[in-house]
Ligand binder design. Structure first.
Ligand code: FES
Ligand SMILES: [Fe+2]
Length: 450
């Protein structure tokens, strides 16, 4: 990687000329006093403050593994998908060697996006501003009026900035700007066991059905990521009307739905997963349920997973990738400032599912957790409600409670890692513990700074 392709080193440098960025532009706030994982308290300023938000982009998003796409979105060289890492726009594409690569979607000339489409297939990325054109390997291949530049100008110095590490886990593509990251699989740790309950039903893996739904919510990204990691507690209250609609009588939800028991996984990397445990856990969409060979799943994944996280559950891979197995929903909470997020949501299904089963799963996901889904609406409303009042001076100074299930974390002998009760804030405490750790740790791009 040339120096020009390494903007993460701090001040932008080029073969000719240097810029020096004053350290004040990246002032750091010590967040130790804002998250008390031992006491189960949170200062709600972490949802509202602009400087903390900028620090999140630098210290939480830039060094972390971030979900980019599903491998099924790339079949032939030039297939691309544009997304974000934090607020950085990126192009994910398959190069001529069929390697998934990702580039900053910003022209090296004046910074316009070099790819404005959401998805497609191309031979190169040509900037629509002045026409600089880049290959699938990111190299700059064409510059209109190139003879106007000094002799020191060399196209090889001005290729697209590449995301240095892109790795996949069972069809999920992640990238990180960190030049020396812990490998993705290692970072996932025990969380992989829970992810496999959704991704590894048979040897053929998963594929995407339909496109990517995108919508905007007026709320901080952490409200959503945290809820998917830790919060089964809200289900009976927030989703009461949806549960009534889904109950056979159409009246109150069945007692066994309301009074579920289960476990909640959490780890020091900030990952979390909650799931009811029941011998008859099953897929909700009738067609999917009927098609599913639960015995084969028990054989492959074991009873603990089939009776636990395989069907009804929720989870977050830190920081902002979440999923719901029973719905086939995977999603990213893209931060858009402290007060806003963009939700990007995919439906994935087993590759082995026949067409009508795939369609049933897709429709079930849309009905429940699509942009107008009966559950999704409730959650978005809650996050916007919390955010809308958080800027009030007094409001902002009142601590939030994360004390449920305090000290109940343990090894339960059936599920890997540490688990707590289903109704617990354990994974929330772990999520914010990881957030605090990253926020207080200089990222690689700051190590040279004094
Ligand atoms: S900004 Fe892309 S060619 Fe000028
Ligand atoms: Fe919910």
């Amino acid at each position: 990687m040339t120096s020009t392709n390494d903007p993460q080193g701090g001040a932008p440098t080029t073969p000719r000329g240097t810029l020096r960025r004053p350290a004040d532009l990246a002032r750091t706030i010590d967040v130790s006093g804002l998250v008390d994982t031992e006491g189960g308290l949170l200062d709600r300023v972490i949802f509202t403050d602009q400087e903390l938000y900028r620090q999140e982009l630098r210290r939480v998003f830039a060094p972390s593994w971030l979900f980019l796409a599903h491998t099924d979105q790339f079949h032939k060289p030039g297939d691309f998908f544009t997304t974000y890492m934090g607020e950085d726009p990126v192009i994910v594409t398959l190069d001529r060697d069929r390697r998934i690569r990702a580039y900053l979607n910003s022209c090296r000339h004046r910074g316009a996006r070099v790819c404005r489409a959401d998805v497609g297939t191309t031979r190169n990325f040509t900037c629509t501003y002045h026409g600089w054109s880049y290959n699938l390997d990111g190299s700059l291949v064409s510059v209109p009026n190139q003879d106007g530049y000094p002799d020191s100008f060399r196209t090889e110095d001005w290729g697209l900035v590449e995301v240095p590490h892109v790795q996949t886990y069972r069809g999920l593509v992640f990238g990180t700007w960190n030049p020396d990251p812990v490998p993705l699989r290692e970072q996932l740790g025990d969380m992989a066991w829970y992810l496999d309950a959704m991704l590894d039903h048979d040897e053929h893996g998963t594929v995407v059905v339909g496109g990517v739904h995108k919508w905007v919510l007026e709320g901080n990204w952490k409200l959503a990521a945290e809820q998917f990691a830790t919060d089964w507690y809200h289900v009976n209250m927030s989703h009461a009307s949806a549960l009534m609609v889904l109950s056979p009588s159409g009246k109150t939800p069945k007692a066994e739905v309301v009074h579920r028991t289960g476990r909640q996984y959490s780890d020091a990397n900030g990952n979390g997963a909650g799931f009811p445990v029941h011998p008859k856990n099953r897929f909700d969409a009738q067609t999917v349920h009927k098609w599913t060979d639960y015995e084969a799943l028990r054989e492959r994944l074991g009873d603990a997973r089939v009776e636990g996280p395989l069907a009804n559950g929720h989870a977050t891979v830190f920081p902002n990738f979440s999923y719901l197995p029973v719905n086939g929903s995977i999603r990213v909470w893209h931060p858009k400032g402290p007060d806003r997020m963009e939700v990007w949501s995919w439906t994935i299904v087993n590759t082995s599912m026949p067409e009508e089963v795939r369609e049933a799963q897709r429709l079930y996901n849309l009905r429940t957790f699509g942009p107008s889904g009966i559950f999704e609406q409730d959650d978005g409303e809650n996050w916007s409600e919390v955010q809308a009042i958080s800027h009030g001076f007094v409001t902002n100074n009142v601590a939030l409670n994360y004390q449920m299930g305090m000290d109940s974390e343990r090894e339960d002998g059936r599920h890997p890692g540490t688990t707590s009760e289903l109704y617990s804030d354990a994974a929330g405490r772990a999520f914010y513990g990881r957030w605090r750790e990253l926020m207080n740790t200089p990222a690689w791009h700051e190590e040279h700074e004094k």
